[in-house]
Design a protein around this ligand. Structure first.
Ligand code: ARG
Length: 390
C-alpha cells in the first residue's frame, strides 16, 4: 500500500512465478542496441527472445546485454549521487555458480577486486531467477557489516542496526568476539543447501582506522570503517529478467560514514562522545555542539581514508560531479530520475549545488529493487518476526 506523503523507494510487485515480461524485454533490448550500435540490428535478437520467452517463460541475456543492463540499472538508480561513473562499472558474470561454496569464493573475489588499489565499482551477477523456482540469495544487506550486541547495562556494542541479524547468526552457532567492529558472517542461501554461514577472510576486508588531522585523542575512540560498501540484497531487474543475487559496490561518500553510520543516534551515536572530547558546551542546542562535533567527525573520516590511500569523496566534490552528470545526460536527451531526499547530503545540504533544485522522480528500468522479504532477512536474519514484533 502506498502511504500518501511517504516517500518510499520505487518498487514493483515482483511476481516470482510470472514469466519474463516480453514488453519489458523488448524495451530493454531496443535501448541496449540503440545505445550500442556495434551490437548490430536488434530485430533478429527480438525474434529470438520472443521465441525463447514463449517456449520457456524466460530468456538468457548475452554477456553484452547483461553488462550494459547492469550499467543502466546504476544509471537509473534515483538515490545514487555517484552516477557520473556508470559506464565504468566492472561486471562479473557469475551466472553459472550454483553451490554456496562457489558463491562464497566468488564474493570473496568480488571484494578483493573492488578493494584492490583505489576502489573499483564492481557488480557480480549470479543466476537469474527462473519463474516459479527457488533461487540463491545472500541475507546480509552488505557483504561487510559490523555486528551489533546488547551489551552490559543495556549499552549497545557495535552497530545497533545489526542487532537482530547478529542474534540470528548466533542462533545458527556463529560466535563473534563481542567487539564494536566484528565483521558479520555471510548468510548464503541456495535451493539445494538451505542457508549456510561463511566467515570472510581478512584479505577480503579492507578497513581504515579513524584518526583526526589535529586531535590526537581521536584515534583513542577506536573507530574504524570498511573501505568497500557492497550492497548484497537488492534484486537487479533487466528486461523482465530478475537477478536476486547481484551484489554491487562503489566507493564511499564521507558523509555516509561520518554523518550517518557514526552519527545517527540509532547507529554508533558518536556525537556526544566527540563533543565531550572537544570540550563543547552541550547544555543547550543553540551552542550547535552537535553540528560542530559532526564537522570534526567527518573531517576525521575523510582524512583517515586519504591517509590510508582508500578512495573516498567529500560531499562538495561529489555534488559537483552529479551536476556534471545531469548536464551530460540532458545533452544526450535522457531524463535523470533522482530522489532529492537521498541526493542531498546529510550535512551542509545547502552548501552543495544539488540542494537548490528539484528532480524528476521516475521508476526507470533496468533497476535495483529492495524486496520486502530481502529487507526482513537483512534486518532479522529470519523470515519470521521474532516475538511476533514487526
Ligand atoms: N550508506 C551505506 C553505508 O554507509 C552504503 C550505500 C552505498 N554507498 C555507496 N557509496 N555506494 O554503508
Amino acid at each position: 500500500m502506498k502511504v500518501p506523503g511517504y516517500r518510499d523507494h520505487p518498487t514493483e510487485a515482483w511476481d516470482p512465478v510470472a514469466p519474463a515480461d516480453a514488453g519489458e524485454a523488448e524495451d530493454f533490448l531496443r535501448r541496449c542496441y540503440l545505445e550500442n550500435l556495434r551490437l548490430g540490428p536488434v530485430e533478429p535478437r527480438l525474434a529470438i527472445v520472443r521465441a525463447q520467452i514463449a517456449a520457456t517463460g524466460t530468456y538468457t541475456h548475452t554477456t553484452e546485454e547483461l553488462s550494459y543492463g547492469a550499467k543502466l540499472a546504476w544509471r537509473n538508480a534515483s538515490r545514487c549521487i555517484g552516477r557520473l561513473y556508470w559506464r565504468s562499472l566492472v561486471v562479473l558474470d557469475r551466472r553459472r555458480a550454483r553451490t554456496a561454496d562457489d558463491i562464497f569464493s566468488l564474493l570473496v573475489h568480488h571484494l578483493t577486486t573492488a578493494g584492490r588499489d583505489a576502489i573499483r565499482p564492481v557488480i557480480s551477477i549470479f543466476a537469474a531467477a527462473q519463474p516459479g523456482r527457488p533461487f540463491a540469495r545472500v541475507w546480509n544487506e552488505q557483504l561487510i557489516r559490523y555486528a551489533g550486541y546488547q551489551g552490559a547495562k543495556g549499552c549497545p556494542v557495535g552497530d545497533p542496526r545489526q542487532t537482530r541479524f547478529t542474534a540470528a547468526m548466533q542462533g545458527f552457532g556463529w560466535r563473534g568476539k563481542g567487539d564494536a567492529f566484528d565483521v558479520l558472517p555471510l548468510a548464503i542461501e541456495t535451493p539445494a543447501e538451505g542457508v549456510r554461514l561463511y566467515e570472510l577472510p581478512e584479505r577480503a576486508i579492507r578497513e581504515v582506522p579513524i584518526a583526526h588531522p589535529e586531535y590526537a585523542w581521536f584515534a583513542e575512540l577506536g573507530l574504524r570503517w570498511h573501505a568497500v560498501p557492497a550492497i548484497s540484497n537488492m534484486r537487479l531487474t533487466i528486461g523482465g529478467v530478475h537477478y536476486p543475487l547481484a551484489p554491487f559496490n562503489g566507493w564511499y561518500l564521507g558523509t555516509e560514514i561520518g554523518a550517518r553510520n557514526f552519527a545517527d543516534a540509532d547507529r554508533f551515536n558518536m556525537l556526544p562522545v566527540v563533543a565531550a572530547r572537544l570540550g563543547l558546551d552541550t547544555s543547550s542546542e543553540t551552542t550547535l555542539w552537535r553540528d560542530r562535533a559532526l564537522v570534526e567527525l567527518n573531517r576525521a573520516v575523510l582524512w583517515s581514508f586519504e591517509q590510508a590511500g582508500v578512495k573516498i569523496t567529500d560531499h562538495h566534490t561529489e555534488s559537483q560531479r552529479f551536476m556534471a552528470h545531469l548536464r551530460t545526460e540532458e545533452r544526450a536527451g535522457r531524463p535523470v530520475p533522482a530522489d532529492w531526499t537521498w541526493i542531498v547530503p546529510p550535512m551542509s545540504g545547502s552548501l552543495t549545488p544539488v540542494f537548490h533544485r528539484y528532480y524528476e522522480e521516475l521508476d526507470l528500468r533496468p533497476a535495483f529493487y529492495l524486496d520486502a522479504e530481502a529487507a526482513t532477512l537483512a534486518r532479522d536474519g529470519s523470515r519470521h518476526c521474532p516475538h511476533g514484533e514487526n
